[in-house]
Design a protein around this ligand. Structure first.
Ligand code: GDP
Ligand code: MG
Length: 328
């Protein structure tokens, strides 16, 4: 029987690093990315590059092959970044990765910094390392985008119990251990989801500052600011509902309860003073409706809590399955 959580100490073993690059039509920028991945990193014995081709219709795969890449995950049709990340991680674990670094195919991130990114993991100081893009200094980020990034990171930190400056950066390193414990399910954004899960599971997350490369193309994940806000909002609410349902239902229930008390008390007061026959039925109706909603929130909270407990058990099971499958 394997222990539930065994922290691997990275000393005196053959260290394998997998750099995974999710790509959707990145033939133009991929060469820059591949050329800037370091060939040697102190403390790492082997570096493998995995391209996740997410249904590209251009020459992404051919370009990667030309640059010596031999490991691919292929989606015949576009599956989205979340699924691409998930499948890349499975492949990396199959290849025996001790550390997995994710970088993007648009050369947004400085691959030269991979050595700094993996160092806290090699030194057993962190399970996950996130590159802080220092967004407040990026010239091509609009002020709206900067504010959004700040607010988004603050909410994620609150949900995760962490204190990370850049919660949506895609340039990250994950230890093998952390990948056994994380389960990403949302198709859209695994970035915030992994932080919230890791935070709630007590994994150590570190942050290192990096300077991003000049922008070569527009983001394709978000076509507009409002889409960015909307999608990030949904991801965050879902994460709260999954990990801290009592916050959502507790607040909602509390508000309904307090709002319901006012018309209800009004009805009780007037019917005591004037007699029940004098009306104020609207107050009674509105009050009852709000108090019933508060009660519903309480019930939903209990159900959400039970589901959460259930998920914890399923996740433990998944973790064991992954260990059996990938640990040799
Ligand atoms: N937009 C998008 N990117 C994808 C998808 N699948 C994989 N990717 C890759 O995900 C990375 C991030 O995408 P990008 O458009 O640069 O988003 P950004 O993080 O907002 O800059 C790139 O390497 C893409 O090639 C997908 O379905 N949509
Ligand atoms: Mg990008």
């Amino acid at each position: 029987m394997l222990p539930l959580f065994q922290r691997v100490r990275y000393t005196d073993i053959h260290m394998k690093l997998v750099v995974q690059i999710p790509c959707l039509n990145e033939e133009k920028t991929l060469p820059l990315v591949l050329e800037s991945i370091p060939k040697h990193i102190k403390g790492i014995d082997e570096i493998i590059v995995v391209i996740i081709d997410d249904g590209s219709t251009d020459g992404t795969v051919a370009v990667a092959r030309e640059h010596g890449v031999t490991h691919f995950v292929t989606h015949n049709q576009n599956q989205g970044l979340g699924r691409s990340f998930h499948d890349g991680v499975q492949k990396a674990l199959e290849l025996g990765a001790d550390i997995v670094v994710n970088t993007d195919g648009d050369n947004q991130y400085p691959q030269q910094k991979i050595a700094d990114l993996v160092r806290p993991i090699l030194e057993n100081e962190a399970d996950i390392v996130i590159a802080d893009r220092q967004t407040s200094t990026i010239a091509h980020f609009s002020s709206v985008k900067k504010v959004l990034q700040k607010v988004g990171s603050a909410v994620v930190n609150k949900a995760a119990g962490t204190n990370l400056p850049d919660a949506v950066s895609g340039f990250r390193a994950y230890s093998r251990e952390s990948l056994f414990r994380l389960n990403t399910i949302t198709r859209f954004s695994y970035c915030t989801e992994t932080i919230i899960q890791a935070g709630n599971k007590g994994l150590a997350i570190a942050s290192i500052p990096v300077e991003t490369n000049p922008k070569l193309r527009e983001s394709r994940l978000f076509r507009s600011t409002s889409e960015h806000v909307w999608k990030s909002g949904i991801t965050i609410v879902r994460a709260y509902a999954m990990y801290k349902p009592y916050i959502i239902f507790g607040w909602l229930g509390g508000i309904f309860f307090l709002l319901g008390l006012i018309p209800f008390a009004r009805f009780v007061y007037f019917s005591a003073v004037e007699g029940i026959t004098r009306g104020h039925i609207q107050s009674l109706l509105i009050g009852s409706l709000l108090l019933t909603s508060a009660f519903l929130c309480l019930v939903l909270n209990i159900i959400a809590e039970l589901i959460r407990i259930n998920r914890t058990l399923i996740e433990l099971n998944l973790e064991q399955t992954k260990r059996h499958r990938y640990e040799n």
